[in-house]
Ligand binder design. Structure first.
Ligand code: PBG
Ligand code: ZN
Length: 324
């Protein structure tokens, strides 16, 4: 009598026919951390399986990514020298511009996204220029140099830029700068709703970008705010973003759903470093069935409304999907 839901679950093929969401290898963007030197591949202690690498190693890594079906990467740079304005990020010979050119030359078929921010390049570790009077990031001064950074990435041949600094007006500023320099076809994926989160801890170890004073709560969002979270992404859609993003994701799946329902743009989620570290640790200590929990977590992003998943797990997921 009570067979309403069970009939559709009794056969594996029928289960597949009625499955509402699925994770595909094409959904992923894999983060790479590039530093200068040669032959360098150093594992990040808080993120097993994630490495800082030199360009030659990153080029080899792209070969393995392609074998797994992963063609999209997002680049982060760790410069040798950091200063108050993040000069390396504005230099055509800087770490990221060099990496974009090098990877593009070796792998013209890779889709290269660049993270556009200053925290990896400044000696104080904040995401822009510091206004010393209020001891916080100067929004408008940072917009100016962000436009310069975008042109450096564009000239190097990047396929998409991803501003992650949460400055007000960043998307319209970058769109104008790109258009007026002839890069009208270069898309912008905005970190449109980015929370001031403790989940970024391990990333800041890899990127060596822990703020030397204060925190990022004057520019990143308060985790308690839902209406503001929607409004931030809706504003970036209005400014001309091509793709929106929610970051982190695990504790913010409600926000993913909200933004999905309030905008029509493609939506990315960033499955951040702390989320990766938690799952890895639970798996390696045998507390959970790692592969199973991993796929369950990934499909939750799709179910919440994400189109694109930026994740350190991308290679593991690709392997699991190949097996399935
Ligand atoms: C730079 C940036 C951060 C991340 C991506 N881009 C760190 C931050 O805001 O401190 C976090 C990624 C992660 O934790 O995996 N603004
Ligand atoms: Zn930053």
């Amino acid at each position: 009598m009570f067979r309403r839901y069970r009939r559709n679950r009794l056969n594996v093929h029928l289960q597949s026919l009625v499955r509402e969401n699925q994770v595909r290898v094409e959904d992923f963007i894999y983060p790479l951390f590039i530093r200068t030197g040669e032959g360098i591949k150093s594992e990040v202690s808080s993120m097993p399986g994630v490495y800082q690498m030199s360009l030659d190693v990153a080029i080899d890594e792209c070969e393995s990514l392609k074998k797994l079906g992963i063609y999209s990467i997002i680049l982060f740079g760790i410069p040798d020298i950091k200063d108050s304005v993040g000069s390396d990020a504005l230099d055509d010979e800087g770490i990221i511009a060099t990496a974009i050119r090098g990877i593009k030359a070796a792998h013209p078929d890779m889709f290269i996204v660049s993270d556009l921010c200053f925290c990896e390049y400044t000696d104080h570790g904040h995401c822009g220029i510091i206004d010393h009077v209020c001891q916080s990031v100067d929004n408008d001064a940072t917009l100016k140099i962000s436009a310069d950074q975008a042109i450096v990435h564009a000239r190097a041949g990047v396929d998409m830029i991803a501003p992650s600094g949460m400055m007000d007006g960043i998307v319209s500023t970058l769109r104008e700068a790109l258009d007026s320099s002839g890069f009208v076809n270069l898309p912008i994926m905005s970190y449109s709703t980015k929370f001031a989160s403790g989940y970024y801890g391990p990333f800041r170890d890899v990127a060596e970008s822990v703020p030397s004073f204060g925190d990022r709560s004057t520019y990143q969002m308060d985790p308690a705010n839902r209406r503001e979270a929607i409004s931030e992404s809706v504003a970036d859609e209005g400014e001309g973003a091509d793709i929106l993003m929610v970051k982190p994701v695990l504790a913010y799946l409600d926000i993913v759903r909200d933004i999905r329902e309030n905008t029509s743009l493609p939506l990315a989620v960033y499955n951040v470093s702390g989320e990766y570290a938690m799952l890895k640790l639970a798996g390696s200590s045998g507390l959970i069935d790692y592969d199973r929990v991993l796929l369950e977590t990934m499909v939750s992003f799709k179910r919440a409304g994400a189109d694109i998943i930026i994740s350190y797990h991308a290679k593991e997921v690709a392997r699991l999907l190949q097996k399935a």
